[in-house]
Design a protein around this ligand. Structure first.
Ligand code: PDD
Length: 275
């Protein structure tokens, strides 16, 4: 089932216009929610971020936030998905190709749910990564449909036989292709500050709260590739990866090359959070 603007339709009933500005320009924003036990995880935080992303690109939603909440609940019900994701995107709408905003344009909203298991293998064993330059624009805090740099980076990881990329600007680590990155140093968690250079992850915020409950210090400070390689532990956070250990970067082991105790502690707490 697909939520298409205001209607919940079968997939084959949805016809997308070739003039959608999402195709032409990536002119739109998106969100990925996680569904646990048939319920959206942190729905308010995702909706708030969606509204902010839309505001930042001067895109108005096709209807009110309250109505969006009801329609997303309807979609979850209609889809019957209990473990998985809900993908939602809003484009500026359809119009003949011209860069500036069209005078007349109605936003197009599309959302659907997909069944997906939790990423058990990566969470258990940990993942490998390589560092690549972060060539994205300077508004990575906006969850824009323009993901070409992320796509190219993730493909580079696949081509080089690793799971993920660690993005960096002049040696300063920002985040990964679709997740935030944290390191553990002297028992403290360190991660890039939530400014214009990273997406302000919802899972990142959940992990901050869990860390506080566990009395683990968190420092929102940038760190270098060298500091990452010298870290006791590293892990990524994200809607699709939850808390996943990073055990190797650029062929070098992080810590002893196995998921570390702080990462394991956060994983355990995270499971309680989603139960
Ligand atoms: N990505 N950083 C980037 C660049 C991301 O695309 C994402 C999420 C995150 C983690 O944010 P959150 O914890 O709110 O999921 C960080 C989604 C899952 C995606 O594009 O598929």
């Amino acid at each position: 089932m697909i939520l298409y603007n205001d209607a919940i339709l079968e997939r084959n009933e949805v016809a997308v216009s070739p003039e959608d500005r999402g195709y032409y320009f990536g002119d739109g924003v998106y969100e990925v929610f996680r569904l646990y036990n048939g319920r959206l995880f942190e729905p308010e935080a995702h909706k708030e971020r969606l509204l902010r992303s839309a505001r930042e690109i001067r895109l108005s939603l096709p209807y009110s936030a309250d109505k969006l909440t009801r329609r997303l609940d309807d979609l979850v019900q209609a889809s019957g998905v209990t473990e998985g994701t809900l993908y939602l995107q809003i484009t500026r709408g359809c119009a003949p190709r011209a860069h500036g905003f069209p005078a007349e344009c109605t936003p197009v909203l599309m959302a659907y749910c997909t069944e997906a298991a939790r990423p058990a293998a990566g969470m258990e064993r940990g993942i490998t990564a390589v560092t690549v330059p972060d060539i994205r624009w300077l508004r990575c805090d906006i969850k824009s449909l323009n993901l070409l740099p992320n796509v190219l980076a993730k493909q580079e990881a696949a081509d080089r036989g690793v799971n993920e990329v660690v993005l960096h600007r002049n040696g300063t680590v920002t985040e990964c292709s679709a997740s935030n990155l944290m390191i553990v140093r002297d028992g403290a968690i360190r991660t890039h500050p939530a400014n214009n250079l990273i997406l302000h992850g919802i899972t990142r915020k959940v992990v901050f709260r869990l860390a506080q409950e566990l009395a683990l210090p968190v420092e929102e400070e940038p760190f270098s590739i060298e500091e990452l390689l010298a870290a006791e532990e590293a892990f990524v956070t994200g809607t699709t990866v939850e808390v996943t250990p990073v055990i190797e970067v650029d062929g070098r082991r992080i810590g002893n090359g196995r998921p570390g105790p702080v990462t394991r502690l956060l994983q355990e707490r995270f499971v309680q959070e989603i139960a």
